[in-house]
Design a protein around this ligand. Structure first.
Ligand code: SF4
Length: 490
């Protein structure tokens, strides 16, 4: 399909919107005066007309063409132009494809944040919900879901101590790579030789961040060790360094380790997680269907996940998360229902339901039977209903590009077991100091409300340029924390 623009150069939003209807499509771009004479296209032309500008959008799909237009003021800013283009394009796409995306025109990854913004701007949650439905075409069901999550999150956000931060340690290694993986994660077998150096570098970075936390009088609220699969390496030393720098004199609200793959969890490691004050771990089966796990390249069985969950319980963990993916190759609605039912029977404190992101490893998907979008919607709906009936509440949500059926990832938890880190991080309501390759750092304050530090995604680069990176990072962090302090002091 061709994305044709003339008289402006706004292509990002239309492309994101088109991907809701054509997730696997590769688009070509044209800036000729006229849309293509043949083939499928989306066209947005902006022409001066008197004192105004005339926006004309057209779509041709399957030989059918539809168009729509609108007059705009001459000084329409780009963000409003994006919205106007999307507003004209969306109904045309729905009509020509017969598809009605459940999140409507929303292409961003954080619809709950958007609902909160609308509620603040209009002064009314009811009005914000109406805007969601009527302007953005979000279904009633998804509007209710976003609204419920908003209300669950507020007390968690309000409970953050003054001047608090979360610490995120990234361990971008996994024992082997799952076939559907869309993260920057490296298999230990390929990168094993780098791990000693990685320890040395994160030790220095933890110390650097620890000194800044002390110097700026910050309160560490939560620590989160994520990946990758953090448990694919020996975490004893990193836990010790984190403990000394961030947890000796201050009680943490939460301390999470993504244990992730059951094949990496041992009695010994769970033992020292407890010793260092870890309060919450994730054991992620992703599916309780062995054939699905095998097709996904996960070298463990459903029973392995159950065994590791029970081991964590036996060793005293009273806050365990389990994660599942709807839409994995070879899975069926029946199989997914069984996975959710089996998880509920184990009674973890929280369960995360992801939808498969389709972008990476497209060849892999083409060679295996994939659940249809309707089946993925059914899986997600079943999880939502079953978890609600079992006493779990949805408490955080995010979307990714190219998700199966354009759905969402949702974290469900029993009341009181919501992950504060997940909520605060998704809501951008707390400074997060990231450590390690691929870790994201964001500091509240500044003109944009939040400032992000560019991270070095790949372990090779992180290790090769470590000294230079740390020098820059410390300087940037100091500038951001100084500015945050100045803003607080008026
Ligand atoms: S465990 Fe997660 S991060 Fe690691 S390879 Fe599998 S999907 Fe990727």
């Amino acid at each position: 399909m061709v994305i044709h623009t003339y008289g402006h150069s706004r292509t990002y939003e239309p492309e994101a919107l088109l991907k809701l209807f054509r997730p696997a499509e590769k688009f070509e771009f044209s800036t000729e005066p006229e849309p293509p004479a043949e083939g499928e296209y989306f066209s947005a032309v902006l022409l001066p007309e008197g004192d105004a500008r005339h926006l004309i959008c057209g779509v041709r799909i399957g030989g059918e063409t539809r168009s729509s237009d609108k007059m705009l003021p001459p000084d329409t800013p780009n963000n409003i132009l994006d919205r106007e283009i999307s507003g004209l394009l969306y109904p045309l796409l729905c009509e020509l494809t017969g598809i009605r995306p459940q999140w409507g025109m929303l292409t961003g990854i954080r619809p709950v944040n958007l609902l909160r913004k609308f509620a603040v701007r209009t002064g009314s949650l009811r009005q914000a919900e109406d805007d969601f439905r009527n302007i953005w075409h979000v279904t009633d069901e998804k509007t209710r879901l976003a609204s419920e999550i908003l209300s669950v999150q507020q007390p968690i956000i309000d409970a953050a101590p003054e001047n608090s931060v979360s610490i995120y340690l990234s361990v971008p290694f996994c024992p082997t790579r799952c076939k559907y993986c869309s993260f920057v994660s490296n298999s230990v077998s390929q990168m094993g030789n780098l791990i000693d150096k990685y320890y040395m570098c994160i030790a220095k970075e933890i110390d650097m961040v620890g000194d800044l936390v002390l110097e700026y009088g910050l309160t560490v609220d939560t620590i989160y060790i994520g990946g990758g699969t953090p448990t694919s390496i020996d975490l004893y030393q990193p836990l010790d360094w984190l403990h000394r720098n961030f947890a000796v004199n201050q009680p943490l609200r939460e301390y999470t380790i993504e244990a992730g793959r059951p094949d990496t969890i041992t009695r010994e490691s769970i033992g020292f997680f407890r010793q260092f004050g870890v309060t919450r771990i994730s054991v992620n089966p992703q599916s309780f269907q062995d054939d699905v796990l095998k097709a996904a390249g996960r070298p463990h069985t459903a029973q392995d996940a159950v065994d590791k969950f029970l081991l964590a319980r036996e060793l005293g963990f009273d806050n365990i998360n389990m994660a599942f993916i709807a839409g994995l190759p070879c899975d069926t609605v029946k199989g997914f229902r069984e996975s959710i039912d089996r998880a509920v029977a184990l009674e973890p404190e929280s369960i995360t339901v992801h939808c498969l992101a389709l972008k990476k490893a497209a060849d892999f998907y083409q060679s295996l039977p994939m659940p249809e979008p309707e089946a993925v919607s059914e899986m997600v709906a079943y999880a939502q209903k079953t978890l609600k009936n079992a006493g779990y509440r949805p408490y955080y949500l995010y979307r990714q590009k190219n998700m199966a059926a354009n759905l969402e990832n949702v974290g469900y938890a029993k009341p009181g077991f919501e992950s504060a880190y997940n909520v605060m991080m998704m809501d951008d309501s707390q400074t997060v100091l990231g450590i390690g390759a691929g870790a994201s750092t964001k500091v509240l304050g500044g003109k944009r409300g939040i400032e992000r530090l560019t991270e070095c995604k790949y372990p090779y680069d992180y290790l090769a340029r470590f000294d230079e990176l740390m020098k820059d990072k410390e300087q940037q962090l100091r500038e951001l924390l100084d500015s945050q302090r100045r803003q607080k002091n008026g």
